[in-house]
Design a protein around this ligand. Structure first.
Ligand code: FAD
Length: 283
């Protein structure tokens, strides 16, 4: 793996849109607490099939209004060209210049896949409609996307997506650094030299993490799963081991030349702050 390093390595934080005024107030507080780490941007997820469109736009707007850089996620499955074109214009008018472009997953039962099938088509569409206005991030899967036919075709599709006009990628979270190293090496061998930023999942709740991991195909190593499981309702022990494991993973990633870290904050600041402080970031 060649060093993808750029000093200082930037960090970014991911939020999901809030549904209530109270939630929005809490998220603003989380955002401000994390701002001491001087993030490159805060990204805001976009619900399957556009289900959180208004919430995503409002959350992005509040981040922007508070003077920070915001990157909306945008998924294309179930969408139309006209609908996404309008949304891109809304983002341009809001002064947004970074976007996380995804295929997304349709809610079960919804069979209308819309006018796009894969994320590479969305990247092409954004480029054809808006030229070089947006910095486009896409998703990468060091442990292989759960619906992929096999690891090799998944990598080929990722390369196609990057070559369609993406600037950089953020990975699904993982706890095994070798998965990331081999993935980045394979991308380099395929001629890609764009940054692939590891996505970092802080560990605060084992049953929620296990549920997410099953869905998105991220593997919790057996020894870690067994130890976390053995703590039962003892949240403090789960958090303590989680903090140790994730800090160590981030240290190894930065030492190996990862070009940044993207934290899945789950709209909480405490654990992410502790990890970053352990790493000496934002000092
Ligand atoms: P794609 O790159 O299109 O890949 C999807 C699958 O199709 C893969 O298995 C790939 O191998 C295969 N494939 C790709 N191209 C082709 C092709 N041409 N022919 C055949 N097969 C192909 N979901 C949301 O709903 N909202 C979010 O905000 C969101 N944010 C995310 C952020 C990050 C950083 C990550 C890693 C994931 C996020 N997701 C989000 C989840 C994501 O939408 C799902 O993982 C989804 O199943 C795949 O999206 P993708 O953009 O990676 O799809």
């Amino acid at each position: 793996m060649k060093s993808q390093q750029q000093y200082p390595q930037p960090i970014s934080f991911e939020f999901f849109p809030t549904k209530t005024t109270e939630g929005a107030k809490k998220l603003a507080q989380v955002r401000d607490e994390l701002s001491i780490l001087n993030p490159l941007y805060y990204s805001v997820t976009y619900g399957a099939g556009g289900s959180t469109q208004e919430g995503t736009v409002n959350t992005v707007m509040s981040i922007k209004d508070a003077g920070f850089s915001a990157a909306p996620h945008l998924s294309c499955i179930g969408a139309t060209r006209n609908g996404l074109g309008d949304l891109l214009n809304t983002f341009i008018n809001m002064g947004i210049n970074r976007i996380v472009a995804l295929r997304g997953d349709l809610p079960s039962g919804n069979r209308d896949i819309g006018e796009f099938r894969y994320a590479n088509e969305l990247v092409e569409f954004i480029r054809s409609e808006t030229g070089s206005h947006f910095h486009i991030e896409v998703a990468a899967y060091p442990e292989v996307h759960p619906q992929a036919k096999n690891a090799r075709s998944d990598l080929e599709h990722f390369v196609t997506k990057m070559n369609a006009g993406a600037d950089s990628a953020i990975t699904q979270y993982f706890f095994n650094i070798d998965a990331y190293r081999y993935y980045v090496d394979s991308c380099e061998q395929a001629g890609l030299d764009k940054p692939i930023v590891p996505g970092i999942m802080p560990i605060t709740n084992y049953s929620r993490l296990a549920g997410f991991s099953d869905m998105c195909g991220a593997e919790i190593p057996r020894w870690l799963a067994r130890r976390l499981e053995s703590f039962g309702d003892d949240i403090e022990s789960i958090k303590a081991l989680g903090l140790d494991v994730v800090t160590s993973l981030c240290e190894q990633l930065l030492a190996a030349g990862a070009p940044g870290l993207h934290f899945y904050t789950l709209n909480q600041s405490k654990t992410t702050l502790k990890i970053c402080q352990n790493l000496g970031l934002g000092e």
